[in-house]
Each structure stands twice: as C-alpha cells, then as structure tokens.
Design a protein around this ligand. Sequence first.
Ligand code: COA
Length: 186
Amino acid sequence: MMNASALRDAPTLVGERVRLVPLGPEHTDAYFAASLDEEVRRLTGTHRHLTYGQAREWCETRAGRTDRLDLAITAPKDGRYLGELSLYDVSPENESAGYRIALSGIEFAGQGLGREATELVLEHAFDRIGLHRVWLYVYAFNMRAIAVYRSCGFTVEGRLRDALLWEGRRHDALLMAVLRTSLKNT
Ligand SMILES: CC(C)(COP(=O)(O)OP(=O)(O)OC[C@H]1O[C@@H](n2cnc3c(N)ncnc32)[C@H](O)[C@@H]1OP(=O)(O)O)[C@@H](O)C(=O)NCCC(=O)NCCS
C-alpha cells in the first residue's frame, strides 16, 4: 500500500555522485538559470519561458505536497545545484506516478549523475512510497536519456507520433515505464 507521509516529508537521498534534497526557495536562482539553457530546453521540448517570479513561486511551494515529490540534484561535496527531478501525477489509487529529470546544463551530462539520481528515486518510489508503476515521456531523439531509462529498468510501452513541434520539425515521444515487480525480478 502507498505511504502518503513518504510524499509529504520529502527525503534526502544520498549517492556517490549526487545528493537529492527537497527543492526549496534556496534553489530559486539556480532553478531559474537552468530554465534558460537552450540545449536542455530542446531535449525536454520546453516551449514555455519562466519568469523569475514564477521560478521563485515554484521553488517556494514544493514542500508538503502529497501529489508529487520535487527534489534538487546537488553535488555531495559542496552542495552545488546540478539539476532537478520530480515524481508527479501521483495516483494513490493506482500506486503510480510520472517521472521527469533534467540536469541544469549539458556540461553535467554523461558523468553518471542522471543514472544514479534515477536509481535513488526509483528505490525510494518503490520501497518507501510504495508505488507500483513509474512512467515517463521522452522524445525519441533523446538517445542519452533513453539509454539511462533503459538501464534503470524502464521499457518502451508506446509511441506518441509527432508529439513535439520544435523549430519547424515534428518529433515522436516515447512512453516508458518501470514496474516494481519487473525491477525486483531482474
Ligand atoms: C537525460 C539525463 C538525465 C541523463 O543523465 P546523464 O547524467 O547525462 O546520463 P548518464 O551519464 O548517467 O548516462 C548516460 C548514458 O547514456 C549513454 N549515451 C550517451 N549518449 C548516447 C547516445 N547518443 N546514444 C545512446 N546512448 C548514449 C551513455 O553511454 C551512458 O550509458 P552507459 O553509462 O551505459 O555508458 C541528462 O543528460 C539530462 O538531464 N539531459 C538534459 C535534459 C533531458 O534530456 N532530460 C530528460 C528528458 S526526458
């Protein structure tokens, strides 16, 4: 059964390369700066431009939510902000949630941060929150993200054709998901 208090009390999850901490007001500047990164915007298909005020409001209102969990990815050594991730659309009835992750700049990619962060979150999602299913959308051109998700146990369940229109070109999105049971069996 799902443990709702595990969502209300956002955890700190510590790995070798990343420390995941509750996203809060202290992350506003870094969160806003990351929202301006053009390559991350392309990879996440983000059309919307955040204002600083919207970023601040977002970071200030993450605590205590029971329908989602938003964590900042930080460096274990010095606490430097490296990105953020979320479990969102949490459905207690179905014991399921959506997942998204974005490092704050492409210079942080390819160092194993995304994989470790995803592994830490999945362990928390399945063992602490009690979720059964975690799903996500990823654009079909985002090979690095797909590689990370596959290695964390996600499999492709479907393709949303022409889901993204980016600078005049259309791109498919993939629906991927991992089940607690399938992860435990591998
Ligand atoms: C997607 C993201 C979270 C992945 O995290 P990361 O720290 O960069 O990834 P890792 O270093 O943990 O792992 C990268 C893996 O992808 C593989 N990879 C990299 N480029 C690849 C490519 N073009 N094709 C296939 N595999 C690729 C690497 O070989 C590595 O796998 P390995 O460890 O088995 O060798 C991160 O790059 C990111 O935030 N990108 C920008 C935003 C984004 O794309 N978010 C996801 C939206 S769905």
